[in-house]
Write a protein that binds this ligand. Sequence first.
Ligand code: ZN
Length: 422
Amino acid sequence: MGFSHRRCLLAVVVTAVAAVTVSVVTPVLLADSTTVAGRGVRATSVILVNGDGMAAAHREAARLYLAGFDGRLAMDRLPVSGQLTTSPRDPSTAVTDSAAAATAWATGVRTYNGSIGVDVDGRPLAVLGQRAKAAGKSTGLVTTAQVTDASPAAFFSRTADRSAQDEIARQYLTFSRPDVVLGGGEDWWLPKGTPGAWPDKPAEDPSEGSRGTRGDLVEQARRDGYHYVSTAEQLASAPRGKLLGLFANEEMFQQRPEGKGDVYSPAVDLATMTGKALDVLGANGKGFFLLVEEEGVDEFSHHNNATRVLQSMRSLERTVEVARAYVATHPDTLLVVTGDHECGGLTVENTSDTDESGSAPSTEDGPFPVHGSALRFVMDWTTTGHTGVDVPVTAEGPLAELFTGKHPNTHLHDVLAKVLNL
Ligand SMILES: [Zn+2]
């Protein structure tokens, strides 16, 4: 207790100094950092699950569709819940993008849209993925997006512009060195003219093709000791070591409106990639940090494509079941499920078409059946962009209770850094 008390006094001093310089340390996070109070469980690892673009209406539509009126999703059964605000610190827009949101998570600093791990003045920040690695933990990222897309990138690289995805890939190999990298985006790892395992100009999207400007990064990864895979079979038989898997040229799906070439059929599903990542990362006795992302929720919300959003939500739900099974036998691991921001201005409505506001009908999808019921519901979109509403956060494991209440999204960084003892 005496130790904790001294730390609290120190916290007051630190807070007083920090208040006039950079940022304010949140005192609640300065309790004893190694043992979870009352349970004697050492907190070592984190699984952060990002439903990109997922907020309350996405979760409720998925609950109705997959579990019904009396059902609960695995992501909603986590014992602790709260809300996160998502506003960036951008000179020209009030609503965040995935880059600024993930930078807030990875650094605890709000910044401008498009930033990957740099502040509003362009200064590189310490990012959580690299810090965890430096502390001796294993790290990994698993996504149905390109592995160098904004959300994973902000944890493992720093660049002023989120579109520099070949530079982000290069930084994975030279700066942050995650042990497991699984997802799409092979196009950024190979130079033009080197198609790789995923051929250039595929029929489903002829605009795809290798375009990296940082050399053959797949070959460099192999030289650095990564086992490289590009199929589900290769992934299943990969050894328990450093692992790079690229399962698409770009995203692991085709994001388009309904009936216009939209496809959600990843070469390897997110739950399978997550299970493999946990198998590799869990071997490190010092713990790990794993970022898991379902990107389809956001991309199909941008296209107001509710059918594919529900498919993406099912993928996410199965993934959360895998993560819950892991934490059930690993009480030192914090599991957090949230979204980086809302996308689509989505609501869940009755099937009546006499309830529209304004003079013209909005974009609606459905009706979709409520699981186990004769009733149906409609998914109504108000925008093809992001919105600034809160995102729900649910959690279980060490220090999960710190997510109770409503906090800025930078709070997620503070809790993760605490659990990882960074
Ligand atoms: Zn988006």
